[in-house]
Design a protein around this ligand. Structure first.
Ligand code: PLP
Length: 369
């Protein structure tokens, strides 16, 4: 049986798999069984920030695995402590809780917020339409009127992505963020920043909210890139929530797995001190300006170029599925989100040659339409 047949036989049909069989990865490239080499502009959907086969990650994982792969959270474990210390030092936040995934970290953040709000008689959590963590009360994103009419004394917290990923790389406006801050001061609620996709250097800063003036979320949630490919998420909290969680309030069996945390230490060091975040900023600005040039060459096809750092989107006037297929045939893997938005989330280690190759292939495919 082919892999496709195996899947049809054994799996719940939850994913639309791509029709290639990957054998291995190397830096920004993925290789397949049939000998193809692909430039990965997909980056494991923002997980593979340091690309594939990073020797420092491999070494950290190997060394930690020899000591112990798992300990229960009844024990203190050095990799967790080292990673928590790095996160606190680089972010300025006070406290850390480790989870296995983004969703769990968001759930934990909401749990912290609920507990914080309970004593103040608050009970409502607000998230935004198309936000990807989303549930609970929804308000339209970037709509100041909708925000104002959703918020009240009852509001416990507002959860948001300052740059929405799945929705198609949509940035908050500064006006919206300023209004959020004004309402926070008036009604005393928490702001939870979902930095799962946009955090850890992806936009050229540690967190995407740092691109905005005068805003400092109380809770920040990260995941995706944190574990260097291993499942790991974290909740970071400032002084207002530092004392909320008491023993027994929250926990996780696998959260803060030592091998994942050992990889996380490498990831954070490389991003902040190893120049990766700087590279994301520089390469992001080159990629964005190249995409903007493409927009002027193909004005009826490309409606918008947006995003920050290496979290960029190209909004097309048509659906992008067939474009994704043509690009794949030309050696470039890219994601299409929300039907007509090509999303760029490459490993943060890409260089100008990779960008040039991607742009050349985009141009060829666009010309052929
Ligand atoms: C991926 C993602 C999540 C969910 O994370 P999982 O690790 O898949 O649970 C939540 N929010 C954002 C913004 C994401 O990109």
């Amino acid at each position: 049986m082919t892999l496709k047949e195996f899947e049809a036989e054994y799996f719940f049909h939850s994913y639309q798999r791509l029709p290639i069989e990957i054998t291995h990865g190397e830096r920004v490239y993925l290789f397949t069984k049939d000998g193809m080499k692909y430039l990965d502009m997909f980056g494991g959907l923002a997980v593979n920030a340091l690309g594939y086969g990073n020797p420092k990650i491999l070494e950290a994982i190997t060394e930690q695995s020899k000591k112990f792969i798992h300990l229960s959270n009844f024990y203190l474990q050095e990799p967790q402590i080292r990673l928590a210390e790095l996160l606190v030092r680089h972010s300025g936040y006070w406290k850390v809780f480790f989870s296995n995934s983004g969703t769990e970290a968001i759930e934990g953040a909401i749990k912290i917020a609920r507990k914080w709000g309970k004593s103040k008689g608050k009970s409502e959590i607000i998230s935004f339409t198309k936000g990807f963590h989303g549930r609970t009360l929804g308000a339209p994103y970037n709509d100041i009127y909708s925000l104002k009419s959703s918020v009240s004394e009852k509001t416990t917290a507002i959860v948001l992505e300052f740059i929405q990923g799945e929705a198609g790389i949509i940035q908050s406006s500064q006006e919206f963020v300023s209004e959020l801050k004004r309402l926070k001061d008036k009604f005393d609620f928490l702001i939870i920043a979902d930095e799962i996709q946009s955090g850890l250097g992806r936009t050229g800063k540690l967190f995407s909210f740092q691109h905005y003036k005068n805003i400092s979320p109380d809770i920040v949630v990260v995941a995706k890139a944190l574990g260097g490919g291993l499942p790991l998420g974290a909740i970071l909290g400032n002084s207002s929530v530092a004392g909320v969680i008491q023993p027994g309030d929250h926990g996780s069996t696998f959260g803060g797995n030592p091998v994942a945390c050992a990889a996380g230490v490498v990831v954070l060091n490389e991003i902040v001190e190893g120049g990766i975040m700087k590279n994301a900023e520089q390469m992001g600005s080159i990629l964005k300006s190249e995409l903007t040039k493409l927009k002027s060459e193909f004005p009826s096809l490309i409606k918008d170029v947006r995003g920050m750092g290496l979290m960029l989107g190209l909004e097309l006037s048509r659906e992008c599925d067939s474009i994704v297929t043509s690009l794949r045939e030309r050696g470039v893997l890219i994601n299409c989100t929300n039907k007509n938005i090509l999303r760029f989330l490459p490993p943060l280690i890409i260089n100008q040659d990779h960008i040039r190759f991607a742009i050349d292939q985009l141009r060829i495919v666009f010309k052929s339409l």
